[in-house]
Design a binder for this molecule. Structure first.
Ligand code: MSP
Length: 638
């Protein structure tokens, strides 16, 4: 990645409908990345916008009995309003109906046509209207669209084609020799898989007789440009391509095109080949994120389970929503949105950990020394350890940014917050005050405030409003509170001593309401890839231990069960396990197995079983989970 500048884009969104959580997610992600890079002192450009041509928009306009332009003009406002509300700091908002963009697209088309990279031919194929994509007979799956499974329509017409097939081998080589070009790596493999079949030429026109809402081809007024060919060009027209050379040189190539996984082919096959034909450098990286699901289901209008970002913001606040989106999704994987998950994370990370740390610091400072943050005495080991944890979080966030593992960076910052709370518990400033240990008390109050100040800088890109509030509470003035620079943290300057803290009414009040009842779930098709992700904390609720089998015997009348006597460290227990058809008592005795040690005891066939062993099962086979080598019993597993 070019370390000297950062140019990030979102997909440009169709204006056929109002924005939903998927749109909000990508845009918040781009915003958080942009803010982090600015905070690191890196010149940054952030582009988002709307995709306003094509069949989807034309059809929405027809349904709403308005012109396509009116459809665009009324819907674009909903996106812009949402971005404003979400605190999105894009440098430019591009609309593909803008004159400058149309001019650039027409110039590109003309140039490719003049160089015989676009030609006219008769086309016979299958068209998927909702996806606006053509397919050949062999692409279809059971006669339906291979992308969305919906019916396709046969079409025979003359059209214009871009010689995409010229670049197939070049693209394969490029992807293989640039491992960061498509991220995560498994998506690069998906594209390479797609490129294993012969790559056809790309139909880049639509006859006006069928679709009139598009950019007219400069060399044939009977046609408009295919919406994807027009839309992809926004990434360069938005930074001055063919209009402002200096601007274009400054920002292109993009550092990241952020996209959803459903638009991988258009971005990793169409777009690079178009750029190659134009002799324009390729973007540094295309990063495909997963889907937000409602619970385990795909969000869809027909299921009535689409999360509306405006509703969430109105109920929970902008920053809590931004934080949840960033912390909950591992980049590349699907993530699940449920009200319970939202409330759970909010209460634990924001209310209990961060909110609590601030309120303790403020209360203690107000109670001692009239609310003025004191100058520390010489720092002691506890103070140094806390500040070191915060510095480590800063480094972890830098690394997480480089590796696009934002959620891991946030986890490190939350660790630092928890370390702050532990620090207060350990040093117990309330006792120091009672005992008149004023020197140490000053160090504790200063150090905890300083840790919070540094944490606020690290969390500011994700929660700009709340972190500004937090900084005001620490006594910084309005300009200082709003100005957050990670680079400046490196100076380690004392800016807090002498500041007058402000009592804050609670930065993140705990949500105590029961989550709203889930909408009745209509019969749902299974999600594309169900997710069932748990947090590391949930995993560690299960206590796994190694155990040695001391004795084993069959149980009368139960031919599947063995009664085992096991040893977990110094403790002896009895287990009943359904392994008799796979192991004889002789075979199992002496093995070091893995058991769930904190399972409630149960009675099986009248015999008490104090735990459960782990085994791998497939069809009719079963093998015990054992440890590789000698470790003894009572060792924890995880
Ligand atoms: N207009 C095209 C993009 C052109 S970019 C040159 C488009 N627009 S879209 O409005 O339909 O979708 C925009 C983005 O939203 C896509 O990246 C898509 O993956 C994303 N999402 C739509 N639903 C989503 C979820 N439920 N979860 C996460 N993102 C999803 O495609």
């Amino acid at each position: 990645m070019n370390p000297d500048k950062f140019y990030v884009t979102t997909p440009i969104y169709y204006v056929n409908d109002k924005p939903h959580i998927g749109h909000a997610y990508t845009t918040v992600l781009a915003d958080v990345l942009a803010r982090y890079h600015r905070s690191l002192g890196i010149p940054t450009f952030f582009l988002t916008g709307t995709d306003e041509h094509g069949q989807k928009v034309q059809r929405a306009a027809e349904q709403n009995h308005i012109t396509p332009q009116e459809q665009c003009d009324s819907t674009v406002v909903r996106f812009q309003e949402l971005w404003h509300k979400l605190g999105i700091t894009n440098d430019r908002f591009i609309r593909t109906t803008g004159d400058f963009h149309k001019k650039v697209v027409r110039e590109v088309l003309q140039d490719l046509y003049d160089r015989d990279l676009i030609y006219k031919a008769e086309y016979k194929g299958w068209y998927c209207v909702p996806d606006e994509r053509f397919f050949t007979e062999k692409d279809l799956v059971d006669g339906k669209c291979p992308e969305c499974g919906r019916p396709v329509t046969e079409i025979i017409e003359s059209n214009y084609f871009f010689r995409m097939s010229n670049y197939q081998q070049w693209l394969i080589d490029y992807i293989k020799s640039h491992p960061n070009f498509i991220q995560p790596a498994f998506r690069a493999n998906e594209t390479l898989g797609f490129l294993r079949q012969p790559l056809g030429d790309l139909c880049i026109s639509r006859p006006k007789a069928r679709l009139s809402w598009g950019i007219e081809l400069p060399f044939d007024p009977d046609y408009v440009c295919y919406v994807w060919f027009d839309a992809l060009i926004n990434y360069i027209s938005g930074v001055g391509y063919r209009q402002d050379d200096e601007m274009f040189r400054q920002w292109w190539p993009a550092s990241y095109h952020l996209i959803g996984k459903d638009i991988l082919t258009t971005h990793t096959v169409y777009w690079p080949t178009m750029l190659k034909a134009m002799n324009v450098e390729l973007p540094e990286s295309i990063l495909a994120h997963g889907w937000w699901l409602t619970g385990r289901e795909k969000m869809s209008k027909s299921l009535g389970n689409v999360v509306n970002p405006m509703d969430m913001i109105n109920r929970c606040g902008v920053d809590a929503f931004r934080y949840f989106l960033m912390a909950e999704m591992s980049l590349g994987q699907d993530a699940s949105f449920t009200e319970e998950a939202f409330v759970g994370r909010y209460n634990s990370d924001l209310a209990n950990d961060l909110g609590n740390l601030l309120s303790r610091v403020l209360k203690m400072t107000l109670r001692n020394g009239g609310g003025v943050i004191p100058a520390p005495e010489a720092p002691d080991a506890d103070a140094e350890e806390l500040l070191q944890t915060v510095r480590a979080a800063r480094e972890a966030m830098r690394k997480a940014l480089a590796e696009m593992r934002l959620e891991q960076g946030l986890e490190s910052i939350m660790n630092a917050v928890r370390a702050g709370n532990r620090y207060l518990e350990k040093t117990a400033p309330w006792t120091l005050a009672k005992q008149g240990e004023t020197g140490r008390l000053r160090t504790v109050l200063y150090t905890a405030s300083e840790a919070l100040r540094q944490i606020s800088v690290l969390l500011h890109p994700v929660m700009p409003e709340k972190m500004t509030e937090l900084r005001l509470a620490l006594g910084l003035n309005a300009a200082e509170a709003a100005h957050c620079s990670i680079v400046e943290l490196e100076n380690d300057a004392n800016v807090l001593s002498g500041r007058q803290v402000q009592d804050s009414a609670g930065l993140f009040p705990r949500i105590v309401d029961e989550p709203a009842p889930a909408k009745p779930a209509p019969a749902a098709p299974p999600a594309e890839k169900p997710v069932n992700l748990i947090t590391i904390d949930q995993f560690f609720q299960t206590e796994l231990k190694t155990a040695r089998v001391l004795a084993a015997e069959k149980i009368d009348g139960a031919d599947k069960l063995l009664k085992l006597q096991i040893e977990i460290g110094a403790e002896k227990r009895q287990l009943v396990a359904g392994v008799a058809q796979f192991y004889t008592p002789e075979e199992i005795v002496g093995k070091t197995i893995v058991v769930v040690a904190n399972l409630k005891p149960a009675r099986i066939r009248g015999i008490e079983s104090q735990g459960m062993l782990l085994a791998a099962k497939k069809g009719k086979e079963l093998r015990l989970v054992t440890v590789d080598g000698e470790i003894g019993s009572g060792a924890s597993v995880g």
